[in-house]
Design a protein around this ligand. Structure first.
Ligand code: NAG
Ligand code: NAG
Ligand code: NAG
Length: 176
């Protein structure tokens, strides 16, 4: 009986402590590096903590400088820098890594400011430990896709592969 009780206690504690089970979600396609609108998001009000990104535009923080800024819904987008990292920027095997993000500004400096973050591998997704940025507009970039243009659709509702759905169905039928 005590065994069973302790077992559930253990499960509860590990569930609460494992950042993979965070309830903080980021669901905002405007953070996509493909979004050129620069006055939408300020992460100076972001609450520090572990986040899972579930945006349809993608869950990965870009690893290439959004040169010149004015992307990801903000003026100074933060991206995942590979300086001082050997091997993969993203962790595997449920491990956690410390990484540096860089803010890219409008005059071409790809690392005007840095913010340290952590990334944990959760098997089929990652979680990110994020701190608020300083200043507005500055924000973390996530994903590289955009919603399908009006009138077009895809399985996710996002690029790539947006088609005129009714036409695509007919083409598929004819191919088979
Ligand atoms: C992760 O696990 C795989 C399979 O066990 C192993 O080949 C790989 O080296 C591990 N990676 C790291 C970074 O430990
Ligand atoms: C990673 O960052 C955390 C939190 O800042 C720190 O406690 C830990 O020592 C760091 N790990 C490494 C390997 O630098
Ligand atoms: C979508 O289908 C309509 C009706 O067949 C057609 O007029 C339109 O040009 C198509 N749009 C695209 C982007 O293919």
């Amino acid at each position: 009986m005590i065994c069973i009780f302790l077992f559930f206690c253990f499960i509860t504690v590990t569930t609460l402590e494992d950042p993979c089970f965070t309830t903080k979600l980021i669901d905002d396609w405007r953070r996509s590096v493909a979004n050129g609108d620069s006055s939408q998001i300020c992460d100076n009000v972001l609450e520090e903590g572990w986040y899972r990104v579930v945006s349809g535009s993608g869950e990965l923080m870009p690893t290439v400088c959004p040169y010149g800024g004015f992307r990801c819904g903000t003026t100074t987008p933060f991206w995942l820098s590979s300086s001082e990292v050997t091997g993969s920027l993203y962790p595997d095997n449920s491990s956690t890594v410390n990484r540096t993000t860089c803010g890219a500004n409008y005059y071409g400096d790809c690392c005007e400011k840095t913010i340290d973050i952590r990334i944990k591998d959760c098997g089929c997704y990652y979680v990110y430990y994020l701190k608020p940025t300083t200043g507005c507009y500055s924000a973390y970039c996530f994903g590289n896709q955009l919603p399908c243009p009006d009138g077009l659709t895809s399985s996710t509702g996002f690029t790539p592969g947006c088609t005129n759905s009714s036409c695509a169905r007919i083409e598929n039928t004819q191919e088979n």
